[in-house]
Design a protein around this ligand. Structure first.
Ligand code: UFG
Length: 336
């Protein structure tokens, strides 16, 4: 299929391109490079031995997006493009609504008159909010707590209503848990700008000497060791979920949790990374981070039942691949 991949130069986008091309799809990337670099697409192209076509365009640029869609005439879209930092979303709400919500509306407008019958949307488990029970299943009520979470939930609703009004189409919402890891080649991986918000890239930067120590945000949670528990998923497993979603039901809207179903604490993650990298990760316990919850993990059985997808890579592979990427690219893509 011809697949438009918005935000395709990003961390999850590049890993998904590899799986898409391996499955015989023909992608066109649209990316503003606001939080990614063209070098990531160059390297992805080297891994699949072909040039990845791309157009530099922000999803807010409606006319440009429309022209790209009219020219490429996609049969499907994977919509990754968006802003994704929870803390920043509270400081810059207008930008988050603009890119994540207006950007999604622009995309739908741009797709009018094209062959596109299928949209796979990059959503987040953050839409569930404080857990009423765990593991979260897809029927868990949504109570988005941050601006970021609200924008993802709004975009989910927009796409669901669009699909209802266009019964011949299919929308697949993928609610990611905590993506980590890197491609086995160590040529592509997560390359956050500035100080990493997320645990795994922070640990990796400590290991490679870019930062002195990790701050562990709280050890007084109601979890086995008191630190926060999350469902970490290897980005290559997550990438395969998008390809499975493209081959799913022909019409209707479906929502899937994409996680492993296993939770690990911050201290588990430090221990596993130390083992993979053969070094120690200095850390200090500090206060809780505002807005954090104690624990979350996925019931991912729906994706297994309906998409035939399940995570295959475990914690050791998540840590080893992160370390290989970080060690080979201490400054991320900027090293070249
Ligand atoms: N943590 C630390 N120190 C750090 C960073 C994180 O102790 O420097 C802890 C957090 O308190 C939490 C755990 O590590 O307990 C994971 O934190 P992350 O920031 O890596 O991930 P979150 O679960 O907070 O959030 C991530 C994404 C969100 C997404 C959510 C979905 O950042 O965008 O997963 O589950 F919405």
């Amino acid at each position: 299929m011809r697949v438009l991949v918005t935000g395709g130069a990003g961390y999850i986008g590049t890993h998904t391109l590899i799986e898409l091309i391996a499955a015989g799809h023909e992608p066109l990337v649209v990316d503003s490079f606001a939080n990614s670099v063209p070098e990531a697409l160059v390297r992805t192209g080297e891994l699949v031995q072909r040039t990845i076509p791309f157009a530099e365009c922000d999803v807010r640029e409606r006319a440009a997006l429309r022209a790209i869609c009219a020219d490429f005439n996609p049969e499907a879209v994977i919509h990754f493009a968006g802003l994704k930092a929870v803390g920043e979303s509270e400081e810059r709400p207008r930008d988050y609504y603009d890119v994540n919500v207006s950007g999604t509306l622009n995309l739908l407008a741009a797709l009018e008159g094209t062959a596109c019958k299928r949209i796979v949307f990059s959503s987040s488990a953050t839409v569930y909010g404080v857990p009423q029970y765990l593991p979260y299943d897809e029927a868990h009520p949504c109570a988005p707590a941050s601006v970021y979470a609200k924008t993802k939930h709004m975009a989910e609703n927009i796409l669901t209503d669009w699909q209802c009004a266009n019964p011949q189409t299919a929308v697949t919402v993928l609610r990611y848990f905590n993506p980590v890891g890197a491609h086995g080649s160590a040529r592509i991986g997560e390359d956050p700008q500035g100080i990493p918000n997320n645990l795994m890239p922070f640990i990796a930067q400590v290991a490679v000497g870019r930062r002195d120590r990790l701050m562990v945000f709280g050890d007084d949670y109601d979890t086995p060791d008191g630190t926060g528990v999350r469902d970490y998923i290897h980005v290559s497993d997550l990438a395969r979920a998008h390809v499975a979603a493209l081959g799913a039901a022909q019409t209707g809207t479906e929502v899937f949790n994409i996680g492993t179903g296993t939770g690990y604490s911050v201290l588990d993650m430090i221990g596993a990374f130390e083992k993979a990298a053969g070094c120690s990760i200095p850390y200090r316990i500090t206060g809780r981070r505002a807005g954090d919850i104690a624990a979350m993990q996925a019931d991912a059985s729906r994706a297994a039942d309906l998409l035939g997808w399940r995570a295959e890579l475990g914690l050791a592979q998540m840590c080893a691949s992160t370390w290989h990427w970080q060690r080979a690219n201490p400054q991320g893509y900027n090293g070249e």
